[in-house]
Write a protein that binds this ligand. Sequence first.
Ligand SMILES: NC(=O)c1ccc[n+]([C@@H]2O[C@H](COP(=O)([O-])OP(=O)(O)OC[C@H]3O[C@@H](n4cnc5c(N)ncnc54)[C@H](OP(=O)(O)O)[C@@H]3O)[C@@H](O)[C@H]2O)c1
Length: 380
Amino acid sequence: MIRPLVVLGATGSVGRQTLAVATKLGAPVAGVAARRGSDELAAVARAYPEALVGVAAPTSEERERFAEFGKRVRFGPDASSELASLPRSTVVNGVVGSAGLRPSVAALEADNRLALANKESLVAGGPVVMDALRRGGGELIPVDSEHSAIFQCMLGEDIETVRRLILTASGGPFRGRTREELETVTPRDALRHPTWTMGARITIDSATLANKAFEVIEAQQLFGVGYDAIEVVVHPQSIIHSFVEFSDGSIKAQLGEPDMRVPIQYAITYPSRLPGSERRPAPASWTLTLEQPDRDAFPALDVISDAGRRGGPYPAAANAADEIAVSAFLTGRLGFAAIADIIERTLDAIPAVPLDTVDDVFAVDREARGVAGALIGAAC
Ligand SMILES: NC(=O)c1ccc[n+]([C@@H]2O[C@H](COP(=O)([O-])OP(=O)(O)OC[C@H]3O[C@@H](n4cnc5c(N)ncnc54)[C@H](OP(=O)(O)O)[C@@H]3O)[C@@H](O)[C@H]2O)c1
């Protein structure tokens, strides 16, 4: 039976696709939340008259407008966590940024199923989220297509027998370009992803390969294998979503046309598979290629993976610095090629403090944002 869904980030790319899946499955929706009290969120709230509505950062005008939802509406930064704690629900976390961390922890502490798209939960707060998973009776099912692929390959397998996780990367819109050629690319160029349609931050992160490094960190947290056992290969067609190699030499992969509704639906219906996409792939029409990533042209891959290896505050700091650098790039204050440099220099400035609680994560997050912002300001 499908549990009532709580959709966090309901107005974003993952959130909209989750609502489309909910409609298709006929799943009840118990809560919807977003950052702003936008017309879109209001329309979603009207479409689900039983659902609680969370608005994390409303303007005063939006507060007035959302008064139409009466007792159903919750305002403020804790709204998403309150919704995520609704008992016996499946929480699809499609929030962008570190704002997704508290609701992830809240969902797991409330024994809910967390269908996790929000990357930053595991990247910035991996140890805290995994601790909440161990403490609570909740479940964590990954939504990101690569981690969903690994999760599916691992069904019926013993983690002790895993030799390598191999994450595929599309390579983004700039695959094949040199470091010099990347000096002059614009946000418009970078927002044109060849295979996936996603929010702005993850699209830029895909262009720098920062996204793939964040996925390496997520995979390490989720599956508990060492960094040396996680590899990245570029696969421009985005059909093979990832591989797992086992100790007997066997390799499993999960394949499918790039369509986020598939892993979203699987995270909701797991362990069942219910009818989903009606598009029938034609494997004979596929050309599947694999190549090494260009680590010189895309230095963010190594800079952020190294932050993962260092552990402690460094993944959280890398995430925060990347968010600030991407936003500066999108607003024309920073060049594309400088994004990795800002992250690296921010990491150099962060002391190795322990990271045990959500508050520790946000302390590092704030510090790294400050450092990255100052570095960008000085570079302008
Ligand atoms: N898109 C994909 O295909 C994809 C694939 C894999 C993983 N992911 C991950 O999933 C997450 C969401 O990505 P996306 O592409 O869907 O992003 P997006 O299109 O930018 O949407 C982000 C959503 O988060 C909401 N939001 C932002 N801050 C919030 C806050 N403080 N509290 C509550 N809601 C907040 C936004 O609300 P407003 O509209 O009001 O601002 C919006 O609904 C990211 O972590 C991304 O890395 C995405």
